[in-house]
Design a protein around this ligand. Structure first.
Ligand code: FES
Length: 168
C-alpha cells in the first residue's frame, strides 16, 4: 500500500477543481478571443481603394473624385466616403490631394475664389493653396494639403492613405 493515499474528500476536491477549471476555461476563451481578436488582427499593410477614375482621362485640371471603402474600427464596420482632388502635373505625374484644410479641417474647393483663380480655396477662413497643394503664405493654413499615395492598375487610379506633404 502507498503511503500517499488519496482520501475520498481529496479525490472529490481534485476532480471538482479540474472539471471546474476546464469549464471556466471553456467559457473564458471565446470571451477572451472576442475581446482581443480585432486588436491583434494583422493590419494587412497598405490598402489601396479602386476609384472610378480612368488615368487616361486625367488632365491638368484638378477634378473632385469621391471614393468609398469599408472601414473596420475594431468591431465596427462601416462604409466611408472620401474625396480627393486629382490631376496630372506638368511632368504628367498624377497628383491626388486631400481636400481637408490644414487650418481647422474644412473642405477646400478648386478655383472657387474670384480674386484668386486656379488655387484651392477654403471658404471657412479664406485659406488658399497653390495647385500643388502648398499653402499660400499669409493665409490661415500653415501646412500644405496632405496627398494620397496612389497606384495605377489596368488604367484605373487606386488611392491609398493621405499622408503629410513631404518636404522636397
Ligand atoms: S479651416 Fe480652412 S482656412 Fe480655416
Amino acid at each position: 500500500m502507498s503511503k500517499h493515499r488519496v482520501s475520498r474528500r481529496q479525490f472529490l476536491n481534485y476532480t471538482l477543481t479540474g472539471v471546474g477549471g476546464f469549464m471556466a476555461a471553456g467559457m473564458l476563451m471565446p470571451m477572451l478571443r472576442f475581446a482581443v481578436d480585432p486588436v491583434l488582427e494583422a493590419a494587412g499593410g497598405e490598402n489601396y481603394v479602386a476609384t472610378k477614375q480612368k488615368v487616361d482621362d486625367l488632365t491638368g485640371k484638378p477634378v473632385r473624385l469621391d471614393f468609398s471603402y469599408k472601414q473596420k474600427d475594431a468591431w465596427y464596420e462601416s462604409e466611408v466616403t472620401d474625396t480627393a482632388w486629382v490631376y496630372k502635373n506638368d511632368e504628367g505625374k498624377i497628383v491626388a490631394l486631400s481636400p481637408v484644410c490644414k487650418h481647422l479641417g474644412c473642405t477646400v474647393d478648386w478655383n472657387t475664389s474670384k480674386d484668386h483663380p486656379n488655387q484651392f480655396f477654403c471658404p471657412c477662413h479664406f485659406g488658399r493653396y497653390t495647385k500643388d497643394g502648398m499653402n499660400v503664405k499669409g493665409t490661415p493654413p500653415l501646412k500644405p494639403l496632405d496627398s494620397y499615395d496612389y497606384k495605377v492598375k489596368d488604367g484605373i487610379l487606386y488611392l491609398g492613405s493621405a499622408v503629410p506633404h513631404k518636404e522636397a
